[in-house]
Write a protein that binds this ligand. Sequence first.
Ligand code: SF4
Length: 336
Amino acid sequence: MLNVLNFKCDGLRKYLEENKFRGFKANQIIDWIYNKKVFDFNEMTNLSNVERKQFNDILKIELPLIEKVQKSKDGTVKFLLKLVDGNLIECVFMMYEYGNTICISTQVGCAMGCKFCASTVNGFLRNLELCELMGQILVVEKYTRKKINRIVLMGTGEPLYNYENVVTFIHEMKSKMGMSNRHITLSTCGIVPKIYDLAKEDLNINLAISLHAVSDDKRKTIMPIANKYSIDQLIEACLDYFDKTKRRISFEYLLINGINDGEDDAKSLVSLCKRSKAHVNLIPVNEINENDFKESKRLKEFYNYLLDSGVNATMRQKKGVDIDAACGQLRLSYSK
Ligand code: SF4
């Protein structure tokens, strides 16, 4: 039986027509699911009793199950979700003054091996399907009873290595939930050829680069992807993305004590930002047991240096510090 959440809008219409239903029934079903958060054909009151039965015979609406919820005092809610095959993923709901934001996962586990990240500790298992990407939004909106205004693809996984499903998901968010592309941010550790591809997709979403170091040698020590693509190649891809989409690039920069928080690092970061017109999002480290990385003692100094040098920089607010809100921590603690 096919899961409705795996259909694109036009695909559902076509499938229903092939099964002798009128095509507009697809719009009704989509409205119930994505706007009214009703996931049972029997509760869709503008379908006839016969239609409800017929849809139940050929289709299902299957969401990930909530395995565990952690709530922070600051309103952040972290979800551990169980997929149909029993795998676990995480997503996080956060409230900011500019709107309700969800950080979603794009893969089960991650192959990229970034040394500071809990999501990669047990390696990569598989890509998430469209229904599982959509499912995270729907489960969280239903649970919190809040409308999500912004999506960041910054949870477990490298989104550009689940390219087709992620691009389809972004298109579908726009058509099914009216999400503005400008309110979607994709974060990548720097898969250079895919950044060029993404620039051609006519999506115009925000692009965040997990940079975390400003020399290739240093980057290689914390991010294995740096062995494949240099910072120069990455910057060229970012310039191309900016040129084609006019969307601002941001660099994510974890400040790790004694690793990448020195004066020389700050100076090099300033010149990289000026070259690429990028914004910097400084992130305090979430300390995890699997490595020895500690929060920088130079957070403020580093931040002020960037500002004084004319760089557009922000310091990410720590969210959910009283729960395991860093990427991959909850899933990891559950698999022990
Ligand atoms: S930071 Fe992102 S790309 Fe790197 S290991 Fe973690 S989830 Fe994967």
